[in-house]
Design a protein around this ligand. Sequence first.
Ligand code: FAD
Length: 302
Amino acid sequence: MEIVNSSVSNASSNPRVIVVGLGAHGSSTTYQLAKRGITVTGIDQFHPPHSMGSSHGPSRVMRMAYKEGAGYVPMLRRSFDLWQELNDLYSEPSFHLTGGLFMGQPDGRAISGIHTASKAQNIDISIMTPDEVRRKYPSFNIPDEWEAIWDPKSGAIFPEIAITAHLDLAEKAGAELSFNEKIEKWSATPSGVTVTTSRKTYEADVLILTSGAWITEMLANLKIPFEIERVTLWMIEPRANRDFFQAGTFPNASFEIFEKYPLYMQADFGTGVKVALDHHGVTTDVKSINRNTTREDYVIWW
Ligand SMILES: Cc1cc2nc3c(=O)[nH]c(=O)nc-3n(C[C@H](O)[C@H](O)[C@H](O)COP(=O)(O)OP(=O)(O)OC[C@H]3O[C@@H](n4cnc5c(N)ncnc54)[C@H](O)[C@@H]3O)c2cc1C
C-alpha cells in the first residue's frame, strides 16, 4: 500500500481520503477508515471482487510462522485479530482456522526462517517429529530427516468473501464506493491531492494507493523499481482418500522440496485442494500479462 501526500496535519480534523483499488488491501483499508468516522471514497476500475487482480480465487494462506522475517509478526498478530473480528461482524466467514504444518530440511530457508522469526517474536509454534506427522496426517509421508513446525494460528482466508464483507461494512459505516471508475491521473496540491478519473475530478486531503499490480502505472513518475510477478495455483481433485484433504482434517501445509520456493497446499473447501508454489512466477506487467494457463506453469512439477 502506498500513502501519497500524508500531510494530514494540513487537513481538517476529518480528512477526506480517497482509496484507489478495492481488492484485499483497499477494501479493508476503506472499511477501517470508515469505521473510524473518516470521510472516505473507495474507487475501483472494475467491480470487486473480480478476477483481474491478485485477490480472487478460493483461498489464501494466513500464518504466524513467518519465514520471511520477524518484522511481519506484529502485523500478523493484528491481522489475525481483525480476521476474527470480521467473521464476527459478517454473515459469511472470511477466515477459517485450520492450523499450519511447515515441513522441510532443518537447515532449509523455510524451517530456519521460521525459527529465526519465532525466536525474535516468541511465536506460538511447536515441533512435530516426522513420525508424528505421518501418523496424524497419513497424506504427508515426509522423510525422517525433515523437521515439521506446527502453527496453531494458521488458517485459510477466502479473499472474495473478505472483499465483499469489507465493502459492505465500509458502506454501512458511511464510506462512498464507486465501481467501474478508473483513476487516470493524480497530482499533489499544496492542500492535498487532485484525482482525475474516467468520470470526474476529486479533491481530497489524502490519497491511498492500493492498486495492486497497477501500482507501476499509478506511480510511473517516481521510477520506483517495482517487480510484478505472475503467480499461478492449481485446484486438484484427489483421486483417493478424499477425506484426508477436507477442511477440518487437512491443515495448511508447505514442503520445502525446492530450495527457494516451498510448495504449499490448502484443504478442500468445496472447490478442490489448492496446490501452489510460493512465488516462482515470471516477471511481467499488467498490460502484457498472460492470463491463460501455459505449459510452463506445469513444467516445474516434472
Ligand atoms: C495465485 C496467488 C496466490 C496467493 N497466495 C497467497 C497466500 O496464500 N497468502 C497470502 O497472504 N497472499 C497470497 N497471495 C497474495 C495476495 O493474494 C495479494 O497480496 C493480495 O490479494 C493483493 O491485494 P491487493 O488489494 O493489493 O491487489 P488487487 O487485488 O490486485 O487489487 C488492486 C485493485 O486496484 C484496482 N485498480 C488498479 N488500478 C486502478 C485504477 N487506475 N483505477 C481504479 N482502480 C484501480 C484494481 O482493479 C484492483 O481491484 C497470492 C496471490 C496470488 C496471485
